[in-house]
Design a protein around this ligand. Structure first.
Ligand SMILES: Nc1nc2c(ncn2[C@@H]2O[C@H](COP(=O)(O)OP(=O)(O)OP(=O)(O)O)[C@@H](O)[C@H]2O)c(=O)[nH]1
Ligand SMILES: [Mg+2]
Length: 302
């Protein structure tokens, strides 16, 4: 039996979370067409007869604008230092030019001194397929890889080969998670993330970067789960956007989030949402700590 950790790293928006979800076949981590979506390390478990592969999604490594962004980069670096192997995810549609923008990611991978595999993602968008060759060649030259696997997380192309490549770097040992485990995150956390995802999808502009969701109430009964949550933003104007004219926006957010949470908890969900202005929370250590983005690592939340 082999069991170990593989960290997914890369720039924002290259498809790390899509890959994590595709690997386990469930929506564990949130996905959006905008960068800087993932904020914490999030783990998913793949159990096979002969191995347990624990895959860790991380925030995209980027140039931070606020303390929250610095913490996101630290989360990614910490996941690297805990991993047995690294899968760097890159976006094939950026071509060889993407490598320049990957510089900071390379620095983090080099510092971790772990075996690294390159997953060149979104190959479904590259046409004709021969257009991939110069990109593959450029990445091959850029640094040393234990393997290079072209994939499309969205269509699940190349994923079984990627898993096979990862397995050879896992140490021998017993399973760390139960056979049927999908993630180590509690439902409260996953529900909060689904609400944050709904805000990202239903709103535009700066809102995705300033939203935090705090679960105030999570009460389960046989047929229904009552969830109450506060959506924190930084400014009054942002609160107005989230609520929308006559409350239309917050209603759309609630509906979207509820539909995403119901299959997860396997029951009907009653969702109550509030919006609160927490000025400058993405820059304040105290406020970040309170909202679950403390310095003591991930998962302190809820
Ligand atoms: N066509 C295509 N789109 C993809 C693929 N993988 C991811 N995407 C899209 O790329 C966008 C970003 O995906 P995410 O999984 O959120 O990217 P991420 O790397 O986790 O981003 P951060 O959390 O911000 O670092 C989404 O719109 C995905 O649907 C793929 O294989 N093919
Ligand atoms: Mg992500």
């Amino acid at each position: 039996m082999r069991c170990g950790f593989v960290a997914l790293v890369g720039r924002p928006n290259v498809g790390k979370s899509t890959l994590l979800n595709a690997l386990v076949g469930e929506d564990v981590s949130i996905v959006a067409s905008r960068p800087q979506t993932t904020r914490d390390r999030i783990l998913a478990v793949i159990t096979r007869e002969d191995a347990q592969l624990i895959v860790v999604d991380t925030p995209g490594i980027h140039r931070p604008r606020a303390r929250l962004g610095e913490r996101m980069n630290r989360e990614a670096a910490a996941a690297l230092s805990d991993a047995d192997a690294i899968v760097m995810v890159a976006d094939a549609t950026d071509g060889a030019a993407g490598i320049e923008r990957d510089e900071q990611v390379f620095i983090e991978i080099d510092a971790a001194k772990k075996p690294a595999i390159l997953a060149l993602n979104k190959v479904d968008l590259v046409k004709p397929k021969t257009a991939l060759l110069p990109t593959l060649e450029a990445y091959t030259k850029a640094r040393e890889w234990k393997g290079i696997v072209p994939i499309a997380a969205k269509t699940k192309d190349g994923l079984s080969r990627l898993v096979d490549e990862c397995l050879s770097f896992l140490p021998e040992g017993p399973m760390l998670f139960p056979k049927d485990a999908v993630t180590d995150r509690p439902e409260r956390f996953l529900a909060a993330e689904r609400i944050r995802e709904a805000v990202i999808h239903e709103t535009a502009d700066e809102l995705p970067y300033v939203t935090a969701v705090e679960i105030e109430r999570f009460e389960e009964s046989e047929k229904i789960v009552h969830i109450g949550a506060t959506i924190h933003v930084e400014r009054e104007g942002q609160k107005k956007i989230v609520i929308g004219a006559g409350g239309a926006q917050i209603k759309a957010i609630g509906t979207r989030a509820r539909k995403a949470i119901e299959p997860m908890v396997g029951r009907k969900v009653m969702l109550e949402l509030w919006v609160k202005v927490s000025p400058g929370w993405t820059k304040s250590p105290g406020a970040m700590e309170r909202l679950g983005y403390g310095s003591s690592g991930p998962g302190r939340r809820r």
